[in-house]
Design a protein. Structure first.
Length: 120
């Protein structure tokens, strides 16, 4: 089980606005906001961003679980409206580790994001 994930971002305010918008439809909220670090989660902080100059994304993808198709669509739309770039609009799909309905985008720093819901 993962304990938490931390990614470096170039502009903390820009990325915070993006993740506030993306994660809110999934039921996530900010749990920590100080000293150049912001963290979100449902019950506790599990996803952190830190201000660290010029990040170099390329490690893979961050996948956030949604409670339903409407939440996948809302998170994708909010993410794109808040500075993300749409890669694959919400739709039915299957892939390793993915649910049955997913959307893909990149955040303002270029990190690959998936929002997904499983039919299982």
């Amino acid at each position: 089980m993962l304990h938490h994930v931390t990614v470096a971002v170039a502009d903390l305010d820009r990325s915070a606005s993006f993740y506030d918008s993306l994660l809110s439809p999934l039921g996530w909220r900010r749990h920590h906001d100080s000293d150049g670090t912001i963290a979100w989660g449902i019950a506790k902080p599990v996803f952190y961003i830190v201000a660290e100059g010029d990040p170099e994304p390329g490690f893979g993808m961050i996948s956030f679980s949604a409670l339903g198709i409407a939440a996948v669509k809302a998170a994708f739309e909010e993410g794109v409206e808040s500075g993300g770039t749409g890669v694959a609009e919400p739709g039915a799909r299957r892939g390793p580790g993915s649910g049955s309905f997913s959307a893909f985008l990149t955040d303002p720093d270029g990190y690959q994001i998936e929002i997904t819901v499983s039919a299982d």
